[in-house]
Ligand binder design. Structure first.
Ligand code: HEM
Length: 143
């Protein structure tokens, strides 16, 4: 199997034995507190999000489902992003801020488990957005 044939998003079971729902909640809260204040991401988030507590709760469920397979999220994560004015620089910034936050809060092993999934999801969003706009982009995980 080539390394890029193994997709962490479809692997069964928890991503890492030391990841907890409390840890995920702290990561999501800290990340979105920063993203709201960020020069690149803040304007997009603040225009689009009406209820931050609801958004943070939803994203916490999303990451709980991704990292721990709890099934707490069963929405359609791509949908809102198709309506936002997102460019590659927004995904670059989102991933850099998420990585910085995960690295501060967790061991490098756990931060890595978050990042390999976050990059895949960002790829999925960017590819869908690019396809919708008639552009095709190279996925980040294969660059
Ligand atoms: C590129 C920068 C991004 C921006 C500016 C952005 C912004 C947003 C906004 C405005 C919403 C709708 C919130 C609401 O209606 O209350 C949303 C929803 C969401 N975002 Fe993002 N997002 C970005 C990237 C990502 C990435 C990389 C992920 C995952 C790794 C992600 C995961 C989600 C999820 C799970 C939802 C909830 C979808 C639903 O069930 O409706 N976003 N995002």
């Amino acid at each position: 199997m080539k390394p890029h044939d193994d997709n962490p998003l479809t692997r069964p079971g928890p991503a890492h034995p030391d990841i907890t729902d409390d840890g995920i909640a702290l990561l999501v809260r800290t990340f979105y507190d920063r993203a709201r204040e960020d020069d690149v991401l803040g304007p997009i988030f603040n225009r689009a999000v009406q209820d931050w507590d609801e958004h943070i709760a939803q994203i916490t469920d999303f990451w709980s489902s991704i990292m721990l397979r709890t099934g707490r999220y069963s929405g359609r994560p791509l949908n809102p992003h198709l309506r936002l004015p997102l460019e590659a620089e927004h995904f670059d910034r989102w991933l850099a801020l998420f990585e910085q936050t995960a690295t501060e809060l967790f061991s490098s092993e756990i931060a890595h488990e978050f990042m390999i999934r976050a990059r895949r999801i960002a790829d999925n969003f960017e590819l869908a957005i690019g396809s919708m706009r008639g552009e095709i982009r190279t996925p980040r995980h294969s660059r």
